[in-house]
Design a protein around this ligand. Structure first.
Ligand code: M6R
Length: 603
């Protein structure tokens, strides 16, 4: 997905901007460009493909100066070409800008600007912004022209603009696409993602929608006063370290992910949890009798598990929808409904759009997100941070565990407001506190799972099945495998096999079956038997101590025994590792799978 980077200060700007782009590149991109200013001179270099291509061009064409901007592009409007790469410019090559977002009314604007005599060089939506700013930039200040131009625009933007005839200044503007400014003793680092700022500044300003900031060497002006908050993670947390891939590092970090999520939140003596971000809406939550959980992708599978938890233990009716569907249907909501939005990034466009719809209806909205100060955190006003730290790999792993941990705590929080007893609340939180250790035990199976991946790598198609709490884990296991290994994988509820999927089963179509010793274990065993009777290979995820399963399945990975509602937090780990090792064997680009973006900030 597109990301922008900018710098103004006393240092050489290029290495800082390039580092900013590199640190944000985990989301996927297809071209890149930078522009550096030196007095009135602006020089720009772009390249298609990886940042290394841009770096090679910069070796022959070094750019010097202490202010500038850059962008990595993930094509939406216009092919992947150097001309379409950012920065884009106006007719006079005076105004340059980089953009993350989509200008929805660009066709009308372009037609009008062409009539007015502007000449376009790219096929992008973004270029209209440069010409619009040119139109309004008539001897006045650049920020004034930007402000005026944005009034004509419909769409989303995280935007950085510079002008040769109003030099040594960057104008930044935001609407529904993230944009941050790091502040460090007379220098400013601008980026879409805090990971690009972490090595250079500890204080940041998170621009709000419709805010425009003007940044020069010794000055930062934002139209609305903002209070800097401190970044919650260190630069080291955004590095791979010894691990070959971020995904493996993030899978292996999951015991700590759970520890971080529960730290200071479990009240053992009261059998309750403390979630400070819900204090302001606690009274309102007591009156709620229906919850709707909205999210996309992996976060949506976490929501589905949350539904089971909330209905079984908190006694509240809960439903789940994908954000891209929810935003376009006409959901029935009332004052007794609360809508919970779940997003790792807090920037997913579909989820944010659904959130805005619900806010318009005046419904209580709660956010569960990882990124502090993200759009979701700011739009919801109340919610819970999952505290998973930066998740860099496109395939979400540790954030999923953070989301499940948070949903389990939310279940106790809401349950204890209702009929959940101290004993039940106590049992859940005490088991939650055991989970980091259990997760460490599961991670010890990594070498066994690597061997199994070798065995199963001869197959091209996979079923994942599970029931009740582990049905969404079947969906998540299939998603992990397909998104990073490009193999065909489907997830299904065990009970659905006989309604169609069974037709596919033969000796070439293996099934990964989630069958921990829980309330639906016997049913799962029947499903496995149905598959075995048709010659399908089965790899089972089962509870330690289960002797029977070895006789039925071809292969077994064991997980420790825990409460049924918490088993997904352990059963998902072998599936993440399985997908990882399969993708590694197939030589795939694990951290940046093709066609995907970490955070989908466009619809
Ligand atoms: O940042 P979000 O949690 O809102 O992202 C939602 C999905 O885009 C994300 O979970 C996606 O499905 C991942 N690639 C899954 O690994």
């Amino acid at each position: 997905m597109c990301r922008v980077s900018g710098y103004i200060g006393k240092k050489d700007a290029l290495p800082i901007i390039m580092d900013g782009l590199r640190r944000q590149s985990y989301g996927g991109y297809d071209s890149a460009g930078v522009l550096i200013g030196d007095g009135f001179n602006l020089a720009c270099v772009k390249a298609v493909g990886k940042l290394e291509n841009l770096e090679k061009k910069l070796e022959n064409q070094p750019l010097k100066g202490n202010w500038g901007l850059g962008q990595i592009r993930w094509a939406t409007h216009g092919a992947v070409t150097e001309i379409n790469a950012h920065p884009h410019q106006d007719c006079k090559r005076n105004i340059f800008l980089v953009h993350n977002g989509i200008i929805e009314n660009y066709r009308d604007l372009k037609e009008q600007l062409i009539k007015e005599g502007h000449t376009f060089s790219s096929g992008t939506d973004t270029e209209v912004l440069a010409h619009l700013i040119e139109k309004y930039f008539q001897g006045n200040l650049l920020e004034e022209a930007v402000r005026r131009a944005l009034k004509d625009v419909r769409g989303t933007y995280g935007l950085l603009v510079v002008a040769g005839n109003d030099p040594e200044k960057i104008v930044a503007a935001r609407l529904s696409s993230p944009l941050l400014i790091g502040i460090n003793n007379g220098e400013y680092i601008l980026a879409s993602d805090p990971t690009a700022i972490a090595p250079y500044a500890r204080r940041i300003i998170n621009l709000d929608d419709y805010e425009i900031a003007t940044v020069s060497q010794d000055d930062l002006r934002v139209i609305k006063e903002k209070i800097p908050v401190f970044l919650e993670f260190t630069a080291e947390e955004t590095e791979k370290g010894e691990c070959p891939h971020f995904m493996l590092k993030e899978i292996m970090a999951q015991p700590e992910t759970i520890e971080n999520a529960i730290r200071g939140r479990l009240l053992f003596e009261e059998g309750a949890v403390k979630l400070g971000g819900l204090d302001s809406v606690s009274a309102q939550l007591k009156k709620i009798n229906r919850l709707i959980l909205i999210a996309c992708g992996t976060a949506n599978y976490a929501a589905r598990i949350g539904k089971y938890m909330l209905e079984e233990y908190a006694g509240i009716s809960a439903e789940v929808d994908v954000a891209s569907e929810f935003r376009y249907r006409k959901p029935m909501v009332d004052e007794k409904t609360a809508v919970i939005f779940i997003s790792q990034s807090g920037e997913t466009a579909d989820t944010l759009a659904a959130l805005k719809e619900m806010k318009k209806k005046g419904v209580l909205t709660i956010g569960i997100t990882n990124v502090v100060g993200s759009s979701m955190a700011r739009e919801t006003g109340s919610g819970v941070y999952i505290r998973s730290g930066p998740e860099i790999a496109v395939a979400s792993t540790k954030a999923f565990l953070g989301q499940l941990t948070t949903l389990a705590m939310l279940t106790v929080y809401l349950g204890r407001q209702r009929n959940m007893s101290l004993v039940t609340g106590g049992r859940i939180i005490s088991e939650l506190s055991n989970l980091p250790e259990f997760a460490r035990q599961v991670l010890k199976s990594a070498p066994q799972i690597e061997k199994l991946a070798k065995k199963y790598s001869e197959f091209k198609n996979f079923w994942f099945i599970g029931r009740k709490y582990n049905f969404p884990i079947a969906l998540e296991g299939a998603l992990k495998l397909k998104e990073i290994s490009y193999l065909h994988a489907e997830g299904a509820a065990g009970g659905e096999l006989k309604h169609g999927p069974l037709a596919l089963i033969d000796e070439n179509f293996p099934t990964i079956a989630l069958c921990p010793s829980d309330s639906v274990y016997e049913k799962m065993i029947s499903n496995i038997q149905e598959i075995k009777a048709r010659g399908g290979p089965v790899l089972a995820i089962a509870t330690e101590g289960n002797k029977e399963i070895k006789e039925i399945a071809d292969d077994v990975i064991f997980i420790p025994k825990t409460l049924e509602m918490l088993t997904p937090m352990l059963s998902v780990i072998p599936l993440q590792l399985f997908a990882y090792y399969m993708a590694a064997l197939l030589g795939c680009d694990i951290d940046k799978p093709r066609n995907l973006a970490k955070s989908c900030t466009v619809e």
